[in-house]
Design a protein around this ligand. Structure first.
Ligand SMILES: [Zn+2]
Length: 263
């Protein structure tokens, strides 16, 4: 599997992706909002885009579909419940479905509600597992729930699915928010050395050569995976005095999500 991360340089800071089979040159475009950049990248590599995967229905993920289909004839794949909101959808996806790209690439579909209720992530189960996480999991952060989502569902997705993936899973999110997210982590946990070092290293990084984290690294720097950290809980209790001294992880997650909205 070859992955090409494409930085759109737009104000929403979207990342688009091409996932290609090295044998056939067939490619899948993930959320190809900037269809021009995606098409150019495919052309430069000699790849043919045959499929589009929309992680969810928001316009900054689906806005390139029409042009991409017009230029390549690619089929559109997305969560089966998004079919009324994504025009021209060809294949509705559910948990456990497999997306094949060329001869060598297989991606497993995860049904990951929370950011919206029809959001999928794609997991490649190769020697080097990789997760295309859309707006569910960001580097050092979690998706918001403002436009059709539910924080309790997002927690469930984190705890029952993402938290159980292999530690070495590479994380390919839908947006570049890493700097801001690390600042949020450090605002909760000023003693988080891994987050501090990473912010120092990545401040002002060129997102066209973005850092790629793993689940193991997310556990160190992503507050939404650090629900039992004594520093996280202590800092939250200053803002939410009703939070018990030993709160359950879901309560911590929901308070973090609430705080992140205002931060
Ligand atoms: Zn979104």
């Amino acid at each position: 599997m070859i992955v090409k991360q494409i930085w759109t340089a737009n104000s929403y800071r979207n990342f688009n992706y091409l996932i290609a089979c090295p044998e056939t040159g067939d490619a899948l475009a993930v959320d190809p909002l900037d269809h021009e950049k995606c098409l150019k990248a495919a052309k430069d590599e000699g790849w043919q885009i045959k499929q589009i995967l929309n992680t969810h229905e928001h316009r900054d993920h689906t806005g390139g579909n029409e042009q991409m289909v017009a230029r390549t004839g690619a089929r559109i794949l997305a969560h089966k419940n998004a079919k009324d909101r994504i025009p021209g959808m060809d294949r509705g996806l559910g948990a456990g479905d497999v997306i094949k790209v060329g001869k060598t690439v297989e991606l497993e579909v995860l049904d990951t509600p929370g950011h919206t209720m029809s959001h999928v992530c794609a997991l490649s189960r190769t020697d080097q597992p990789a997760l295309f996480s859309g707006d569910t999991l960001f580097n050092a952060g979690a998706g918001n729930c403002h436009n059709g989502g539910h924080p309790a569902e997002l927690y469930k997705t984190f705890s029952e699915q993402l938290d159980r993936l292999p530690e070495s899973t590479q994380i390919y999110p839908g947006h570049d928010y890493i700097e801001n997210n690390l600042r949020f982590t450090l605002d909760r946990e000023p003693d988080n050395k891994a987050a501090k070092d990473m912010l120092g290293r990545l401040s002002g990084q060129d997102p066209s050569h973005a850092y790629v984290s793993t689940l193991a690294i997310e556990r160190q720097v992503n507050t939404f995976f650090r629900l039992t950290s004594p520093s996280v809980v202590a800092a939250l209790r200053k803002v939410f005095p009703d939070l018990p001294e030993k709160p359950d992880p879901q309560a911590v997650f929901l308070k973090l999500r609430e705080l992140r909205n205002k931060w």
